[in-house]
Design a protein around this ligand. Structure first.
Ligand code: ADP
Length: 429
């Protein structure tokens, strides 16, 4: 409930002119970050005033029109943004969105929305989808599911570190009950511990329904730690995230254990489709996959980078569908495998850490939500919580499969082309 003083305060700000509000911000009577709050629900006006402050004080321009004028701010549903997704708002950056497909994925046609500024990326993914469709489509499997968060706690002795680890194993049900008391959807799957000196890292893994799950799991961990402290009063929680999670940073643990959804997508591409649509041979693309995606990446000391350009596709799909783009770091880890099966090409992408949701975060913004609806994953799945988020993950893996197939074929065809050129240019014997 809003208190009377707040209502009066709000009325006061709304009654002032833009110049007066600007002055109030400049004189620190109104906080720079609180203009939306003061003028709610007139967010366009609040944002316009902040832009004027920035134009005047932060980056004055001598040009007749200020560069910021080219950044749009009107006709945007700020209601879904303010207090949730962005602070100190000055507008939005329009990013082109295209679509690849539809891809025949697990027997259904799905479109692949991609927001990108990289020319040829969508065309290439589209070509991959077309080759996959001509061969009967692709299938996917979600092998594992579980968002992770790993607090770090300090113990007072090595004995206590060992006792804490043992407690987590033997009293998992107690910690699970505490964790799950904070959420309708979260289900704690496991706690994996790692000890370094007197610091203990507790990697909680939980099912988080249709949410990507970071908020949900953080709340659950906090409660489980409270319970843990009742049994180990001397432990000190150093941070709710101790980087053993690992969120938005490269790590071997995500590559090996998975984070979010662990998904495999595969397709068998007929040899004539490889030749006609992809313009290379099965032998060439299989061989290049070994040399580039396996040996090349091994030589580079890669962790999870055994692919051609998974991150390109993951980033574009994530931006279109309101996922957290910083999680592309681990979500795009992928090993692409290719084998000759009979005369045909078997291609697969194995992606251990696809972190996606259909609710929460940026998925509720108007355009992102609309694109999620285009793939039938808009919001919570009431009948089967988690099914929509899993489907988003399948679409991501399917899209990466298309991207891998097309780029690898392009490179293999390039090899052929240069080989042909060399042959053609060889002086006649
Ligand atoms: P995240 O944990 O991904 O950061 P949030 O916790 O911010 O996401 O948003 C998820 C919200 O959506 C929670 O409040 C949760 O209770 C609600 N919710 C509604 N339906 C579902 C569902 N099917 N799966 C997961 N969360 C759901």
């Amino acid at each position: 409930m809003m208190r009377m003083s707040q209502i009066l305060q709000k009325t006061k700000w709304a009654a002032l002119s833009n110049a007066e509000i600007m002055k109030a911000v400049e004189e620190k009577q109104l906080a720079f970050y609180a203009i939306e709050q003061a003028l709610a629900p007139d967010y366009d006006r609040a944002i316009e005033i902040r832009r004027d402050i920035v134009k005047k004080n932060w980056c004055p321009s001598s040009k007749p029109s200020h560069p910021l004028d080219a950044v749009p701010f009107q006709n945007y549903n700020w209601e879904k943004v303010v207090g949730q997704s962005c602070e100190n708002i000055i507008g939005y950056v329009p990013i082109p969105v295209g679509v690849a497909g539809p891809l025949l994925l697990d027997g259904n046609r799905v479109s692949i929305p991609m927001a990108t500024t990289e020319g040829a990326l969508i065309a290439s993914t589209h070509r991959g989808a077309s080759a996959i469709n001509s061969s009967g489509g692709c299938k996917t499997s979600v092998l594992k599911e579980g968002m992770t968060r790993a607090p770090v706690v300090e113990v007072s002795s090595l004995e206590e570190a060992a006792a804490l680890t043992k407690f987590c194993e033997e009293n998992f049900a107690v910690l699970k009950a505490a964790f799950e008391s904070t959420t309708r959807f979260g289900k704690l799957n496991s706690i994996k511990t790692a000890v370094a000196g007197r610091k203990v890292y507790l990697r909680f893994t939980a099912f988080t329904g249709d949410a990507m799950g970071m908020n949900m799991i953080t709340k659950g961990c906090d409660k489980a730690l409270e319970t843990l402290k009742e049994h180990f009063p001397s432990i000190r929680v150093l941070a709710l995230s101790g980087n053993y999670c690992t969120d938005k940073k490269p790590s071997a643990i995500n590559w090996i254990e998975g984070r979010g959804k662990t998904v495999i997508a595969e397709a068998v591409i007929k040899s004539d489709v490889v030749l006609k649509t992809l313009k290379c041979s099965v032998d060439d693309i299989v061989s290049l996959n070994v040399d580039k995606n396996l040996i090349g990446s091994a030589m580079a000391g890669s962790v999870g980078g055994f692919n051609a350009h998974a991150a390109n596709v993951v980033a574009a799909v994530y931006i279109a569908l309101g996922q957290d783009p910083a999680q592309v770091v681990e979500s795009a880890t992928c090993i692409t495998t290719m084998n000759k099966v009979g005369e045909d090409l078997l291609i697969s992408v194995t992606m251990p850490s696809i972190e996606v949701g259909a609710v929460g975060g940026g998925t509720g913004l108007t355009s992102q939500r609309a694109l999620l609806e285009c793939i039938n994953c808009g919001g919570a799945n009431e009948a089967e919580p988690g099914a929509n988020a899993r489907q988003v993950a399948r679409v991501v893996a399917g899209a990466v499969l298309c991207g891998e197939l097309s780029l690898m074929a392009g490179l293999a065809a390039g090899h052929l082309l240069s080989a042909h050129m060399n042959l053609n240019r060889k002086p006649q014997q």
